[in-house]
Ligand binder design. Sequence first.
Ligand code: GCV
Length: 697
Amino acid sequence: MNRVRIWLGALSIPLMTVPLPASAEDGYALWLKPAASSVRQMKANRLGDSATLMLAERELRHALSPDAPPVVLATASSPSLKMLGLKFKGLGDEGYLIRSVTLDGRKVILVAGNSDRGALYGAFALIRHLNTGGPAESIDLRSSPKVKLRVLNHWDNLDGSVERGYAGQSLWDWWTLPDFRDPRYTDYARANASIGINGTVLNNVNAKADSLTAPYIAKAAALADIFRPWGIRVYLSVRFSAPIELGGLKTADPRDPAVAAWWRAKADEIYRAIPDFGGFLVKANSEGQPGPRDYGASHADGANMLAAAVRDHGGIVMWRAFVYAETDPEDRAKQAYSEFKPLDGKFADNVLVQVKNGAIDFQPREPFHPLFGAMPRTPLMIEFQITKEYLGFATHLAYLGPLFTEVLDARTGHRPGETVADVVDGKAEHHKLTGMAGVANIGRDRDWSGSTFNQANWYAFGRLAWDPDLSAEAIARAWAAQTFGPDRQVIDTVTTMMMGSREAVVDYTGALGLAHLMATGHHYGPGPWVSELARPEWNPVYYHRADAAGIGFDRTESGSNAVGQYAGPVARTFAKPGTTPESMLLWFHHLPWTYRVADGRSLWEDLVAHYDRGVAYVANMQKQWGGLRDKIDAERWQKTATYLAIQNREAQWWRDASLAYWMSVNHLPLPAGVRPPEHDLAWYKAQQYPHAPGQAH
Ligand code: GCV
């Protein structure tokens, strides 16, 4: 404990104590470490006494150095601010301004918002500004979130396991809640608030009805109480058949009045326990989850019935568009669009349709989902996966900023200049209800996300949810500075490593628009040969369609015509191999192995070169990281170095296994000078990983 002196207006209250963070560099502090070791002299003046403002004040004391100018925290309604004539209009509920001003004759940095939440976000923004090299004088910053709901989706199960989670068990100890309020819950909320996240869905979209029972509502309420002062609301994933399982009804048909009444009563019960409950997230009629289609009703019928249950409480429904049916022979990439596009305009105004970034499933690269721009009368919420189910689990270094921005920056082709970000932040169609969801990569691991660099993906998601127009590189630099400190060489090197890292994963797992090439179930490691699974679209061979003559999925008019789901100019680009970006080539086209890519190489030669490039990138990251040994604390340096070594080994495994398989299909020799795979195909096929983490169960 350290003693500090706190300034409250003219009053000075000495000897109040605040805890300092644990000193070990084990990653627990995330990007929130103090810039200086001493915080004793930092002055803060808080005009107001809400819990949220107090937290904001504590953050400033905790993070800012003694020589930082005094800071005043306030909300717009504070009478002391009247004379400054500041413009609070346009900041909304959650925005902030940070200004160097003279207040009561003192030069101070003013951090203010229309609400105390705005001031809290401003406090974190000031810390970021100063910790990333921003000047302490003449500050003039203002910002408000472009997206309203900035929400983590935890795929956490009630037994403590996490679907596609690679950072240990669930953070939520459902068993000891609501009695035991683990201090980690507060630290979690604080980390989220620092990057602008304002909501969290506590449980897996593959939901169990139990999460809606009274004991579990009480557990969720305990978490909501902890998160509230940090501006974070809780949401629950719900199982559509809960009225049958919990309520004893014979049906869950959304058109049945008894079903609607059951949900209304359930919502009332939840709101009694959690007055600011956010609402429901629903995975329906997808991968075995029940839904309205079981009764011949539409997704809109289902969503609207739930929306009616939470409407009077101010709640919303996030209804997922991730659907594909076992009975539907249509190209899986087309099914969500086919199902949802006709429902545009049919959803209640407190429903968002939650659409994955791509049409299949969080692959290392997918073109943007064709629904973006195609449902102008419906708020579409984008869903990214922060946890790296398909990008090397926790061990591989893959910074997802470029993946997120590649999608957000994509032109939809529906209206001139319109991007996916414009659709998501509501600019395109003036929707007020907007949202971005990220499947969380957080668990009980001491460093929260399984590795230091995975923390950057959580951070990038939050920053982009606040402002989808930020650049991935700027976010990486800020994260590096906040995480490792101000050393220029560290920031430059770490940013360089990060910026190419996702592309490296694309390269060594399958470039040129190939996708879904992983092993079965756990999704760990290569499995391009898998062909025996019950549903065609569960098999990698369904996606790559490789044979002796060629490779790739023909999604043009001559094939599935998924291209036709994109708007004119985009569809025209994807319609021909020559105009399709090379990075998406085999997503849209089936081409001969001899097809000439832009640089004159054959497709086969190019594919091989990508594998080698991906492996080489990892080796280079190891070298770059090696050069930082004296500049990074031993604990985080060593763990990262070890993980990079694992990644190197596994990148080679992906490369070798994939090449061995492609050669068994195309019977082509490797280009001259290329190293052959270490083992034969049978060896790669024989590898089994029944206990890989994160599997669905
Ligand atoms: C929660 C993929 C994952 C599943 C996940 C599903 C979804 O299929 O492998 O684990 O289930 O996406 O997003 O619903």
